[in-house]
Design a protein around this ligand. Structure first.
Ligand code: EPZ
Length: 434
């Protein structure tokens, strides 16, 4: 398992480029199931979850081409033959977003067999709302041996109201609705930009969707969809992570190739904490540190609130801010696994239920720390960038799931990071998270 060796103390200076959004690419790749034509997606990040989705689609009979070299950020998918509409547990257990194939498979093939995703480090993450919506559209779904078996002669448009706001639930049912008979009204939808990205692709494929990106989405079902070429939006969470990297190292960083309109809550919070942020243009933001960072509370909310996917990264910053910052996690029930690792580096953090109390500034010193999930990994790297000495960040395969060439990009603006592959290291006790 690879690890990073990070020597802290360098301010990050220069320009760092953001890749395409993993959480747009995943539903958009699944959308290719809805047509027999080729779908070409651009600005695809080369990260492990994309490779997992590629293997999943290929295992069902799709032809998937991830270009290498200068076209590395492009993929062409053709689902003309879906010989085996099954999402196997061996793949699903490594990426719960595999459940995004459920809606499109039923819509296209009338049948789907998808392994239940199982739990996840950050929470139970059920998909009951996906199932409830599909059943309302006429699917018959049974569960046995850890798999969902879904059948539908033809999905019917319905009036769907989500009990809870769910991003992939909204995306899954949107993909089911585009080929359903009649109209579908979806209320209490997720408003994340990734939903609007998916809807833009589906409309380019011939779907008739209105309201994506708002809480109310209307879909007029069509008989079939055709192929399309579509460029994925930039990754707002990667961009937010880099903004914090610039602030925490007291650097002067330009985050390029981003979409500043997707970062309103993050920019406002970092400014409240004392970072100096200038939006230079729609795709470029400059972050500089001011005299000192000071405490500011966050409460994670669905978009456009402060994103749960930025909570761990913000907590690293809060350890350096003067005063007491309250970090409230409202979306997932177990998303504080980075806390004890930050405490091992010298952070002063106490957790009580869904609230972490962070007292700063704390002097961080190097330690051997371990990643537990994608965004916790980023938090540990951010802390290591300011810790005294050389920090060992282990199990960075979590990071490789959703950050493209992360250490390479940070080294490019002055970070001192080395990736070590400890292939022959003795087996380490596996920490049971949570
Ligand atoms: C998406 O996950 C993202 N993943 C997550 O990003 C992100 O943290 C999350 O949305 C929230 O913004 C992708 O888009 C691939 P939810 P998703 O359904 O859709 C509960 C990352 O770091 N819920 O919006 O799985 C659920 O338990 C990842 O890139 C149900 O109860 O999240 C949670 O408490 C991590 N029943 C809440 O809703 C359901 O059927 C929000 O979950 C579905 C969800």
């Amino acid at each position: 398992m690879d690890k990073f060796v990070i020597r802290g103390g360098n301010p990050l200076v220069g320009t760092i480029r953001v890749s395409g959004a993993k959480n747009s690419a995943l539903p958009c790749m699944a959308a290719a199931i809805l047509t027999e034509d080729e779908v070409t997606l651009e600005n695809i990040p080369q990260v492990r979850d994309i490779e997992t989705e590629r293997r999943l689609l290929a295992s069902m009979g799709a032809e998937v081409e991830l270009r290498e070299g200068e076209l590395r950020d492009r993929t062409t998918i053709c689902c003309r033959t879906l010989s085996d509409p099954v999402a196997r547990y061996e793949i699903v257990k490594t990426m719960r977003a595999s459940s995004l194939v459920l809606g499109p498979l039923i819509a296209r093939a009338g049948v789907a067999r998808v392994a239940m995703p199982g739990g996840c480090a950050i929470g139970g993450r059920p998909i009951d709302l996906h199932i409830k919506g599909l059943e309302k559209m006429g699917a018959v779904i049974t569960q046995e041996h850890g798999y969902l078996e879904a059948r539908a002669e033809h999905l019917r448009g319905a009036h769907l109201v989500f009990d809870k706001i769910t991003v992939t639930g909204t995306e899954d049912l949107l993909m089911a609705a585009v080929l359903a008979e009649g109209d579908t009204l979806m209320e209490n939808c997720a408003r994340e930009p990734e939903v609007a990205d998916l809807a833009a692709l589906l409309n380019a494929m011939g779907a008739e969707i209105e309201g994506a990106g708002t809480a109310t989405i209307r879909v007029h079902g069509v008989a079939s969809l055709h192929g399309a070429r579509y460029r994925i939006n930039p990754d707002r969470i990667e961009a937010g992570t880099f903004l914090i990297a610039g602030a925490i190292t007291a650097g002067d960083l330009i985050v390029a190739n981003c979409n500043a309109t997707h970062l309103g809550a993050v920019i406002a919070k970092l400014q409240e904490a004392g970072a100096r942020i200038d939006v230079l243009g729609p795709d470029s933001i400059r972050v500089r540190a001011t005299a000192e960072l000071h405490a500011a509370d966050i409460s994670t909310e669905e978009y456009p609130g402060f994103p749960t996917d930025m909570q761990a990264q913000y907590m690293a910053l809060a350890t350096q801010a003067k005063g007491v910052s309250l970090v409230r996690e409202n979306i997932f029930e177990n998303r504080f696994m980075h806390v004890q690792e930050l405490v091992r580096m010298g952070a002063n953090i106490k957790v009580d239920g869904s609230i972490a109390t962070v007292r700063g500034p704390a002097r961080l010193t190097s330690a051997a720390v371990m990643c537990s999930d994608l965004r916790a990994s980023a938090s540990l790297v951010l802390a290591a960038l300011v810790a005294e000495g050389e920090t060992i960040v282990d199990r960075v395969y979590h990071m490789d799931r959703g950050y493209e060439r992360f250490e390479e990009k940070l080294i490019g603006v002055g970070a001192q990071i080395q990736r070590l592959g400890n292939v022959f290291a003795p087996r380490e006790p596996v920490a049971v998270a949570g």
